[in-house]
Design a protein around this ligand. Structure first.
Ligand code: NDP
Length: 245
């Protein structure tokens, strides 16, 4: 049975893959009732396309959320709660992320901490802040899901390459968070998965990457819509293949 959701919150929705998720969801034939498109600068230049989209779609709400600031994450909850009323939040897509090159001898502690903060502590703080909304204090009926947008470079088994210390290590930690969540939330009917979006042409990815944002997010939406309890704690490629941790 397909995973159906009426509400979804996406981080880092101003551009790239996050914006692609919002576009796919807004254009879907059964578009969710609530699409909470969060970004750190709702009035900033990078969110212009998102603002234009939200102006034409009643179910898209832009909310300020800086993934590197716990207070900002906590402050975002009130707006979501107000829109949801008694309803539960069905899906969180932890997408916001940053990179840093980081060869072995050039990697600084500052780079490690900065990337870890956004890519690991941010998603953790999002789950903590939205815990009661996604579990509805344990009374949730249908399935809910947390999707962490990871990277294959965070796989200990699949990526035999050096370098990328801040970024790759942060994604490995995010993956471990996915497995921990898959244990901690299952009794509340909430599952957690990691998804690698493929190599995508965005500001973070290379302009020579094989996938467009539309291709990647279209395929990832199919993976998300196919989720059920048996998929809990799995690391997926964008096309639905399973990636080894
Ligand atoms: P982009 O650089 O194109 O977009 C990153 C998004 O994250 C922007 O919306 C940016 O917002 C947002 N962001 C960055 N820092 C914060 C923060 N502190 N708080 C809130 N939002 C923030 O990257 P992608 O779209 O390519 O990446 C999206 C996700 O996909 C990341 O987690 C990345 O690691 C992952 N990924 C991407 C791959 C690729 O090939 N592109 C490959 C593997 C994984 P703003 O506009 O404000 O800067």
């Amino acid at each position: 049975m397909a995973f159906t959701f009426q509400s979804v919150l996406i981080t880092g929705a101003s551009r790239g893959i996050g914006l692609g998720f919002v576009e796919r969801l807004a254009a879907a034939s059964h578009s969710p009732k609530h699409i909470f498109a969060t970004c750190r600068s709702p009035q900033g230049d990078t969110a212009k396309t998102l603002r234009e989209l939200a102006a034409t779609r009643k179910n898209v709400t832009i909310i300020k959320l800086d993934a590197s600031e716990k207070q900002s994450i906590e402050d975002s909850v009130a707006s979501v709660r107000e829109k949801l009323g008694d309803e539960r939040l069905d899906l969180i897509i932890n997408n916001a992320g940053i990179g840093a090159p980081g060869k072995l001898l050039q990697t600084t502690n500052e780079d490690m901490i900065r990337v870890y903060h956004t890519n690991v502590i941010g998603p953790l703080n999002v789950v903590q802040a939205y815990h009661s909304l996604i579990t509805k204090e344990g009374k949730s009926k249908g399935l809910a899901a947390i999707v962490n947008i990871s990277s294959v470079v965070g796989s200990c088994k699949e990526t035999f390459a050096g370098g990328l210390y801040p970024y790759a290590l942060s994604k490995a930690a995010l993956n471990r968070m996915t497995t921990a969540l898959s244990h901690d939330l299952i009794d509340d009917n909430v599952i957690a998965v990691s998804i690698h979006p493929g190599r995508v042409r965005t500001d973070l990815g290379s302009r020579k990457s094989p996938l467009s944002v539309e291709e990647s997010t279209t395929e990832m939406m199919q993976v998300i819509r196919s989720l059920d309890k048996s998929k809990n704690g799995t690391f997926y490629n964008y096309n639905g293949d399973v990636i080894a941790w």
